[in-house]
Design a protein around this ligand. Structure first.
Ligand code: FE2
Length: 375
């Protein structure tokens, strides 16, 4: 089985949608207060802002946390029968919003909706004593949305409506620096629909694709296309299930999430050994690959700067491409359903996604699926 990798640039790509980076990721969760505690204590996020009853918001409560360039928003409903309740009921805790930081949220909305995006809301100005922001939004796969945030005229903690929040409880950051990529799982046969959405509607280009021959084990398979914006700061791999002898992990996700949604958030670190040591000591569980992986990994990836022993002790995976190598590891699901998880990644030149690790990784996921009775 020879892996194939195709690189294709869409000829019609234009940077009509310049994006500065990921502005925030908002999760709808059953208990935002406790979720915030988890991301502070286990992942080292710092408290930044808050919205809720104390700020006059009677509908929902949100905690905003940050670590370097990564901003998480955890939101729960305060009332019954609203859209947030419905989202949690359908999907469990999960990502609702991938917010994108732009210089012009009005133009971002106009350019994307005229190319076929379904509007989530048209441009709105929100202001308080710290200035104003312009927000607009469009729908993407499943119930997930993109919100465009224009914040050059705003000096507050997060957005109008939020007050600064500095918890007395503030465990140290663990070295997470920025969002490297966010992966969407979509339904059978929908990978091309959504990769074309990112190409046509948002001007992204396809930087790599993996077929079921690249991403399969003896039992399960999936396919993936990686879409990137013009400056490469936003990368969205889109996965769909593929036929195997047993149930694809993507199908398991779709079943429990009740549709398409964000599968994993990959966050970067400059020192994966320190970061993963801290995460493990704070109670985060990771996928496990057998020790035998480390018997041959250096034959495959060549010389690396790190000693192999701490990588093996922490179960960190290694891969190499034409430009360098990368170190990566995947958590087990961080929510109650087998849906959302995190990837921790340290790039040392490599700009790829760890194709050399897919087989070991998916066999590891299959062991977890077997335990869950969902293989
Ligand atoms: Fe990833």
């Amino acid at each position: 089985m020879k892996p194939t990798e195709t690189k294709k640039i869409f000829e019609n790509a234009q940077d009509f949608l310049p994006i500065n980076g990921t502005d925030y990721i908002e999760l709808y969760v059953g208990n935002a207060k406790q979720a915030a505690h988890y991301y502070m204590s286990a992942f080292g996020f710092q408290s930044v802002a808050y919205s809720g009853l104390e700020t006059g918001n009677k509908e929902q409560v949100s905690y905003v946390l940050e670590q370097d360039k990564i901003r998480l928003v955890l939101t729960s409903p305060l009332v019954k029968n609203g859209l947030i309740n419905e989202h949690i009921n359908n999907h469990g805790d999960g990502v609702k919003v991938i917010a994108l930081w732009v210089d012009d949220a009005t133009k971002a909305w106009e350019e994307t909706t005229k190319r076929g995006a379904k509007s989530y809301f048209s441009p709105e100005k929100h202001e308080d004593e710290n200035g104003f922001v312009i927000k607009s939004g469009i729908h993407t796969y499943g119930d997930t949305v993109h919100i465009f945030i224009e914040r050059h005229a705003y000096k507050g903690a997060f957005l109008p409506g939020y007050k600064p929040f500095a918890s007395d409880y503030a465990p140290a950051p663990i070295g997470l620096t920025y969002v490297d990529h966010m992966v969407g799982n979509v339904e059978w046969g929908k990978m091309n629909t959504w990769s074309e959405f990112y190409a046509k509607v948002m001007g992204f280009t396809q930087i790599v694709s993996f077929d079921d021959k690249d991403i399969s084990t003896e039992y399960t398979a999936l396919m993936s296309k990686v879409m990137s914006n013009g400056n490469g700061r936003i990368k969205f791999p889109i996965n769909e299930p593929a036929k195997g002898r047993k149930k694809s992990q993507i199908e398991e996700y779709i079943n429990f999430y009740n549709g398409a949604g964000v599968q994993h958030i990959a966050v970067a670190t400059d020192n994966i050994i320190e970061t993963v040591s801290a995460l493990k000591s704070r109670g985060v569980d990771f996928l496990y690959v057998p020790d035998s992986y480390y018997d041959t990994v250096l034959d495959r990836v060549g010389k690396i700067d790190e000693d192999l022993k701490p990588l093996k002790d922490l179960n960190i995976l290694i891969d190499r491409d034409d430009e360098g190598y990368l170190l990566q590891i995947f958590t087990k699901p961080v929510v109650s359903r087998p849906t959302l998880f995190f990837e921790i990644i340290q790039r040392k030149g490599a700009r790829s996604f760890g194709k050399g690790n897919f087989k070991a990784l998916f066999e590891s996921i299959e062991r977890e699926q077997k335990e869950r009775g969902t293989l």
